[in-house]
Structure formats: C-alpha cells, structure tokens
Design a protein around this ligand. Structure first.
Ligand SMILES: Nc1ncnc2c1ncn2[C@@H]1O[C@H](COP(=O)(O)OP(=O)(O)OP(=O)(O)O)[C@@H](O)[C@H]1O
Ligand SMILES: [Mg+2]
Length: 257
C-alpha cells in the first residue's frame, strides 16, 4: 500500500523542499517507487529535480482545477524510480479557485486515491497553512515537519500542531506526525545544540535521531537541477538524508510488526 507523507511547516525556508527532494531520492536509491508532488507555487521541487518550465504542463494546478487525474502530469525525473507532479506559479490561483469548490479540502485526496504503483508519495508543501497545505494534509497518512535549528524554531510550531489537530478532527482522523526533522544543524554552534535539546525535550521520540547538518553542497545542488545525493553523494548533507531514509524505513518496519 502506498504511504502518503506531507513535508510541511508554514514557516518559510526551513528545508521542506530540500527534504522532499533528497528524501525522495534516498528512498528511490533503496529501490522504492516514489512520486514527489510539488504543491508549492514557487515550484522549487520541480526546479531542484531538473524539470524545466516548458516541461511542466499539465501540472498540479490543472489536476486540481479539473479535479481529474491526467496521467500526463506525472513526469519522470533523472532519478530512476522517482516521478514528479510539477508546479509553477499558476498553482497560486488554485487557492482561490478551490475556495469555490464543494468538498474543497478533499480534491487532492481524491486525485491521489486514483494513483497506483508507488511505495511512497511525498508532498512538498508551500510555506502557508492555506487550502493547498490543508489538501496535502487531508490526503496524507502522516507529516514530516522540518525545523530549522535556530532560536525561533519552536515559534509557530504550536499553530502547526493546532492545525494538524483541527484537520484530524474535521477531515482526516488518522493523520499522524511521522517525525520532526532538525535541519541546518551546526554542531559547532552552541545555540544550535541548545535548540536541538529544547526540541527533543519538548517532542521526545517524535524527533528523528538523524539531523541534517548545514552543508554548502546541499544548497548548491538545486542550481544544477540535481538532488544533493546525485550532485555529491559523499557530502555530509547527502549522507544525512540517506540516514533519514533508513530511519524512516526502520520506524515503519517497527510499526508494521
Ligand atoms: N542542510 C542545509 N544546508 C545548507 N543549506 C540548506 C540546507 N537545507 C536547506 N538549505 C538551503 O536553505 C534554503 C531554504 O531551503 P528549502 O528551499 O528547502 O526550504 P523550504 O522550507 O522549502 O522553503 P519555502 O518555505 O520557501 O518553500 C535553500 O536555499 C536551501 O538550499
Ligand atoms: Mg519549499
């Protein structure tokens, strides 16, 4: 059965897209079939995986407004086993158009229920708690929350946790937090360590043991249209994302028993 995971945090620039791309690639590398969904009008996941603007038609916007799964929207990527549904700026209009639709929270969920043949669907959410993120969370089994290891990391997470509770109550009772991922960790920086301790004290086992270090190769990779794992597999960032994929599979193995 396919497992659908949203990578979400309404805070901007915390590593949602980087995590979506590199986790998707790491899972593909261990022979899982992955569909990445770019649910952000910024289209960063599409760009970062090397899909040009010309090759983004149809995209998530068309699927949402037509409420129809056009299989032409599923594009192959340079990573074997990893496909993507792309996005570009037109997706922003879907927030407004969805507002008029009956059962507007379930449009993505209905689309994804028709997709077969993947082990995981990962949804890269936009930095907002609007209808696109709500659709992603309603469609998902679980959510990965990237948290940037900085002073304000925990600010705003309570509103995200509240939103998750509301979505559970109203639309998707089985939604769980898959895990909280500390990103851009700088072990030499004592503040980073304090934030990590704070987050672990607060959220306990929900926080992944794996943390993602601040690593320049990770930030360079998108401009080459490649996941960091392909750009430089030996970089500390790539190694960390491969470790995260392992940890997620191990955790799932445990819950399946
Ligand atoms: N571990 C890391 N080390 C260094 N740079 C990183 C790391 N993770 C992310 N970045 C960089 O930080 C910036 C923000 O990351 P990313 O785009 O993944 O965040 P986001 O949460 O998706 O942002 P948005 O909210 O705009 O969608 C990018 O320039 C990215 O390359
Ligand atoms: Mg992003």
């Amino acid at each position: 059965m396919v497992k659908i995971i949203s990578v979400a945090n309404q805070k901007g620039g915390v590593g949602k897209t980087t995590t979506s791309i590199n986790l998707a690639t790491s899972l593909s590398a261990i022979n899982k079939k992955i569909l990445l969904i770019d649910a952000d009008p910024q289209g960063n996941a599409s760009t970062g995986i090397g899909i040009s603007y010309e090759n983004r038609s149809p995209n998530l916007y068309n699927l949402i407004v037509n409420e129809d799964l056009d299989l032409n929207a599923i594009k192959k990527t340079i990573v074997p086993g990893l496909d993507i549904i792309t996005a570009n700026t037109n997706l922003a209009a879907s927030e407004i158009e969805l507002a008029e639709v009956k059962n507007r929270e379930f449009v993505l969920s209905n689309l994804l229920s028709k997709i077969e043949g993947y082990d995981y669907i990962l949804i890269d959410c936009p930095p907002a708690l609007g209808l696109l993120t709500i659709n992603a969370l309603v469609a998902s089994h679980s959510i990965i929350i990237p948290l940037q290891s900085e002073f304000f990391a925990l600010e705003g997470i309570s509103s995200l946790v509240n939103s998750i509770e509301l979505i559970k109550e109203s639309f998707n009772p089985n939604l769980i937090i898959e895990g909280i991922l500390l990103t851009m960790v700088d072990k030499r920086n004592s503040l980073s360590s304090l934030v990590e301790k704070d987050v672990r004290d607060h959220f306990g086992e929900t926080v992944y043991k794996t943390t993602i270090p601040r690593n320049v190769r990770i930030s360079e990779a998108p401009s080459h249209g490649k996941p960091a794992i392909l750009y430089d597999v030996n970089s500390s960032g790539s190694v960390a994302y491969i470790g995260l994929a392992r940890e997620i599979l191990e955790k799932q193995g445990l819950t399946n028993e």
